[in-house]
Ligand binder design. Structure first.
Ligand code: GLV
Length: 311
């Protein structure tokens, strides 16, 4: 019986993925979503981003679920997961794309660009003497593949970068600390805080009102991981009071961010629609095909997600 890989994503370009995967997966039919699947029993592999509830139940012979992205919180949290290995993308190009976004957002603050944007709207010549990058303390919260890469790119720009993670990590040239007890001092010394933690039961709401208040007055916050890591109401209040001077937000509690959300109207907030980093077909197709090959050979897959740990 021939094998099928089923694809589901409302955002990612199916034809491009199929074009790249097909030559790497001879003998595997690659089809989009359930309605194209002729024989659900032939589906062995699912390449998915946020499939609807009940999606997997149709495929009794599924052997592998591949998350079409780095963050797996939307998959591991659901009750209808099949009992098969789940993998996520772990792609240096995706990490570079993320680091590029973080670098842009940090540089925008470090070079006072929002102040110049405001001044320009008023036709006002507003000279602010540039600061030394080393005088700006950038805290990277979360040192997984994406966080570590972003921290290194920031350090290369000369910022005073430090990292925090739940369990101890070592990064060359970057002072790192770990654990809840280290968090208050870490927050208190972050002029720019970059949130790069995966969303797990342990990180949900980690940055609540109390912890946001530990940040230095006038700091900037960048969230590129998941909205619910930060208490969005507390963040909005801190931005309104000016305790947090500026925020760049790519992720939110609810996406799309509802039109009535007060964040839209805030002059000190830059909103982007969850695209700081996306799955890149040209670089990730090979690792997906390699994992399919491993399943076919009965070998352990790479970049396997632990649903209990949550990432
Ligand atoms: C995007 O948010 C991803 O997790 O890949």
């Amino acid at each position: 019986m021939s094998e099928t890989l089923v694809f589901y994503s409302e955002l990612d370009p199916f034809e491009q993925w199929r074009g790249l995967l097909a030559p790497l997966l001879p003998g595997v039919r690659i089809v989009r979503s359930c309605d194209e699947v002729v024989d659900p029993a032939s589906v062995r592999y699912a390449l998915v981003w946020k499939p609807p509830v009940g999606f997997f139940a149709r495929f009794p012979n599924l052997q592998l679920v591949i998350n079409l992205g780095a963050g797996v919180d939307s998959l591991v949290g659901r009750g209808d997961l099949p009992d098969v290995p789940i993998t996520r993308l772990s792609d240096p190009d995706m990490a570079r794309m993320m680091a590029g976004y973080v670098l842009f957002a940090v540089l925008r603050y470090a070079r006072d660009i929002p102040a110049f944007e405001r001044a320009q709207r008023e036709r006002r010549w507003h000279y602010l003497h540039p600061r030394e990058p080393s005088s700006i303390r950038v805290g990277v919260l979360g040192l997984g593949e994406l966080g570590a890469r972003a921290a290194q790119e920031l350090a290369r720009q000369g910022f005073s970068v430090r990292g925090w993670s739940r369990s101890p990590k070592v990064l060359e040239g970057i002072p790192c600390c770990a654990g809840q007890e280290a968090l208050p001092a870490f927050l208190a010394s972050s002029d720019i805080l970059v949130v790069m933690l995966p969303l797990t039961p342990q990180t949900r709401g980690l940055l609540d009102a109390e912890r946001l208040a530990m940040l230095p007055p006038g700091c900037c916050l960048i969230n590129v991981s998941r909205g619910p890591v930060v208490d969005q109401a507390a963040l909005t209040a801190a931005l309104a009071s000016g305790h947090i001077a500026e925020a760049t937000l790519d992720v939110f509690d609810r996406e799309p961010l509802p039109p009535e959300d007060p964040l839209w109207g805030m002059d000190n907030v830059l909103i982007t629609p969850h695209l700081a980093s996306v799955a890149l077909p040209a670089s990730a197709a090979e690792q997906i095909a390699a994992n399919v090959a491993r399943v076919r050979e009965g070998r352990e897959v790479q970049h396997r997600v632990d649903p209990v740990r949550g990432y």
